[in-house]
Design a protein around this ligand. Structure first.
Ligand code: FES
Ligand code: FE2
Length: 369
């Protein structure tokens, strides 16, 4: 059975990746061709010519105005996927049409809808406004992951791994030692996991970018909208400094760490990452440092998850995991993803998450933040 949730929007690319060159990316097992029309609109269509399946992203395929010319025998397609010319005859077969995909550009991302196009509702796309908003500066990238998307979901929902996997970058002992609170909004399909550290060591990632030299108050508030968009609202302030009573927070540094988790195939994933900050907005040195550091951290996860994928692939089905308190958010995410997957296929959702309920952990739905 597929683990990929259909009838969903996924991040396919950054807007900057799609232009007047033919660009291809496999999303949820489908090879999709992206390009911009002369008016600047992003279009998405199958990357396989209907004639003999030649990839339309493959040279010498090319754009002519707002048409794509197949580089093999010259079938030519318009921005709506319809074939407008074939070689050697004037009649274009009625079935000569590429599958097209709903696309929507928002918050620096190109989102694509995978599933029944008539179910695509752009208002359902979760937001990450900081990535393209005045008052914030963002660095971003994408790393290919040779592991299934669910392993990245597990990884991001449980940040206690920062202490061990990312020591010297973003991990300090307090991350693993501080308990989390979890809240699930089943109606909205959002999982919240919070870890507020009142008095913590400042990891190099934040010390070098903010200039804070002493200990910090560090808040990590995760907001995950399965299956694709993960946001970590990160607040860093000198120890003891809290937001003002009116909710403003002028003495803290805010970082929005955004991940888009897009399945490429059943066992590989596009790991989009972005780090937006509300300080040192024009400081190129800080941008370079955060870009390099975050990429290093992401690659530490990639190495670990690629290994884990190999291990899991080699094991018999039905192995028993052991979950503890730190896994509450991850288990809640799995439950929502299982429900979405069932809705996407019309099958009934599994009754229980595919793991043992952690001893002493309240139902995620009943837990408070
Ligand atoms: S494969 Fe594209 S025109 Fe023949
Ligand atoms: Fe990590």
């Amino acid at each position: 059975m597929t683990s990929i949730v259909r009838n969903q929007w996924y991040v396919a690319a950054y807007g900057r990746e799609v232009g007047r060159e033919l660009f291809s990316r496999t999303i949820c097992g489908e090879s999709i061709l992206f390009w911009r029309t002369e008016a600047g609109e992003v279009t998405a269509m199958s990357d396989r010519c209907v004639h003999r399946r030649f990839p339309l992203s493959q040279a010498p395929s090319h754009l002519v105005g707002d048409t794509v010319v197949c580089g093999y025998h010259g079938f030519t397609y318009g921005a709506d996927g319809g074939c407008v010319a074939v070689p050697g005859q004037t009649r274009v077969p009625r079935t000569a049409r590429l599958k097209t995909y709903p696309v929507f550009e928002q918050d620096s991302f190109v989102w694509v809808f995978i599933g029944d196009a008539e179910k695509a509702e752009a208002t359902a796309i979760p937001r990450a406004p900081w990535l393209a908003q005045d008052g914030w500066t963002t660095v971003s990238g994408m790393e290919p992951l040779a592991a299934r998307a669910s392993l990245l979901v597990d990884n991001l929902m449980d940040l206690s791994h920062e202490t061990y996997l990312h020591g010297g970058y973003i991990g300090t002992p307090e991350v693993a030692n501080t308990p989390i609170t979890t809240e699930v909004d089943d109606a909205a399909g959002v999982v919240y996991v919070s870890r507020h550290m009142a008095d913590a060591e400042c990891p190099p990632f934040y010390a070098k970018s903010t200039g804070i030299t002493g200990r910090i108050t560090r808040w990590q508030d995760i907001e995950f909208t399965p299956p694709c968009l993960y946001k970590l609202h990160s607040r860093i302030a000198p120890v003891g400094v809290l937001p003002d009573d009116d909710g403003t927070d002028p003495d803290a540094f805010h970082v929005e760490v955004v991940y888009a988790i897009t399945p490429e195939t059943e066992s590989t994933t596009h790991d989009f990452w972005a780090v937006a900050r509300d300080f040192a907005l024009d400081d190129e040195g800080v941008s370079d440092f955060l870009r390099e550091s975050n990429r290093t951290v992401v690659l530490q996860d990639v190495v670990a998850l690629d290994v884990l994928e190999k291990v899991l692939t080699g094991e018999p089905d039905g192995y028993q995991e052991l979950s503890i308190n730190i896994d509450t958010g991850g288990l809640a995410a799995r439950r929502i993803i299982a429900r979405l997957a069932a809705e996407g296929t019309g099958e009934a959702a599994p009754a229980a998450p595919p793991a043992r309920t952690p001893a002493g952990v309240r139902s995620p739905a009943a837990a408070t933040r």
